[in-house]
Design a protein around this ligand. Structure first.
Ligand SMILES: Nc1ncnc2c1ncn2[C@@H]1O[C@H](COP(=O)(O)OP(=O)(O)OP(=O)(O)O)[C@@H](O)[C@H]1O
Ligand SMILES: [Mg+2]
Length: 155
């Protein structure tokens, strides 16, 4: 179990960059936390660090936004907050074969339809900043967490 304090949005960006840099070839990441905890901020920082240059839209209504990655495959950013029933995702007709990075907000609402997690994160408000707890759920996730820095470098 690993925990970081994120006193500013820049610290959230630094964690996103560190996660992107150390990421395994394929990973499923579940992001837990209340509204405004920073799940989308962290996801956006990871996607930017992975070279996504265009608009990064919130998947609140579309459920999923897909981004081709430079090294091949796609990152899938999902927000299941508004999902009525996990079966909805199947109706989107998504072929998950291309997905090499899953970043899922509100994953508890997609119980039973998501692939097994490699890494789970819990974000919460801490004073004016945020705190995050990381729990690996697979061998790839454990190796990933071990490659993260003990302290985040940010301005
Ligand atoms: N470390 C931090 N310290 C202070 N503010 C932060 C930090 N990280 C992110 N924020 C701010 O907190 C807000 C987080 O919003 P964000 O949309 O990322 O939350 P979310 O968890 O995705 O919420 P939702 O469940 O509604 O999707 C943003 O305004 C962002 O700038
Ligand atoms: Mg969000």
């Amino acid at each position: 179990m690993l925990r970081y304090l994120l006193p500013t949005p820049e610290a959230t960006d630094a964690l996103g960059e560190a996660l992107a840099r150390a990421r395994p070839d394929s990973a499923v990441v579940l992001l837990h936390g209340d509204l405004g905890a920073g799940k989308s901020s962290l996801t956006r920082a990871m996607l930017r660090a992975l070279g996504v240059a265009g608009a990064i839209r919130s998947p609140t209504y579309t459920l999923v936004e897909r981004y081709p990655l430079a090294g091949g495959g796609e990152a899938w950013h999902m927000d299941l907050y508004r999902i009525a029933d996990p079966g909805e995702l199947e109706f989107l007709g998504l072929d998950s074969g291309e997905a090499v990075l899953w970043l899922v907000e509100w994953p508890e609402r997609g119980a039973g339809i998501l692939p097994p997690a490699d890494l789970e994160l819990w974000l919460e408000v801490a004073g004016r900043g945020r705190a995050v707890r990381l729990e690996p759920r697979s061998a790839a996730g454990r190796a990933w967490v071990q490659r993260l820095p003990g302290e985040l470098a940010f301005a």
